[in-house]
Design a binder for this molecule. Sequence first.
Ligand code: SF4
Length: 406
Amino acid sequence: METDAPGGGIALYVHIPFCESKCPYCDFNTYAGIEPLMPAYAAALAREIEQWGAWLGRPALASVFFGGGTPSYLPARDLRRLTQAIQEAFRLPGDAEATVEANPGDCSRERLLEMRRAGFNRISIGVQSFDDAELRALGRRHTAERAAQAVRDARQAGFENVSLDLMFGLPNQRVSTWERSVERALALGPDHISAYALTLEPGTPMEASVRSGATPEPDADLAAEAYLLAQAAFAGAGLRQYEISNWARAGRESAHNLAYWRSLPYLGVGPGAHSYLHGVGALGRFGVRFANVKPPRAYIERVEAWTADGPLDPDGVESASAVDSREFVSRRGAMAETMMMGLRLNAGVSDADFRARFGEGVGDAFPGPVAECADLGLTEWADGALRLTEHGRLLGNEAFVRFVGA
Ligand code: SF4
């Protein structure tokens, strides 16, 4: 089985759709109050993992990422059962990155040890803020102190690779509270930080509250200031920016997320999970992207009815699995996607890699967008790659749309 991923591996995403409560800004495919579904869900997920492993011929994995939702909310025995199913259905190198997302409130010492025992070697802790008022406004259940303790306990439990999630551009956030969050995060010595600006997603309670005037609109200028402040502080602490919203110590960049940004093959299991497989078996060079059915109950029913007989048939992927929609990717579509995702990386898109995959260089494939972005100061060539400039990093979408629309 050959794939386009380094070492021939697929990045595997495992979706856990349970949350203890629903945060008012969140529009992910996650649910509160469906805990009774957990046992049937874990069984269905294990089955989907087995089926895909069999269908794809037990390929190698480059990384595993349990996200959600709240993976740390799932009972430890279910996490163990799922990691075991993955090891049986795929070939997982012992040193492959295996991440579990965790809420600080779930991070008791015992739970952290159980996550380590289940095989996770990287933990991504959803801190979001070290300001208790901001955490309450975000609907988060933990306090700043609880988050700090979770990080310390994760180290004690043996997690050598710890990532923290932070959010800026919040309603009522001040530069001073953000600066304190950044300082407290850095004082904990994380290996990796993801810092995202809040987006007001249509249909969420927070967006409705802002629309009605009950909550002030986040200030875009303050968000830009917060971003620049974080960039300087993280760099000063030895965390190198490698993507628009991500910083890491050398060698601690997220292998799993790099697979997305480099347009390498990934498989998503669980309700609503997205996949993009190419260069795998019958899927061809530019491959197919597909998404599973979203409601957890419908997902469980679809997986229970799935029998993976014979080799993977790309045409039959919808009718035979939990897949709800699929789209074959054209060469041009794959090129645009490679640019849009790759430009998010500080290293940019390597001209040699692009040529190896598509048979022509970036400049030949996109002469108009490359010239336009250069004129606008959005991109530059460096070390054989097209990348965003410092200015372009603040205005990434301005560059992306030019490649996608070309
Ligand atoms: S914990 Fe995360 S996934 Fe769950 S509702 Fe809150 S933001 Fe969404």
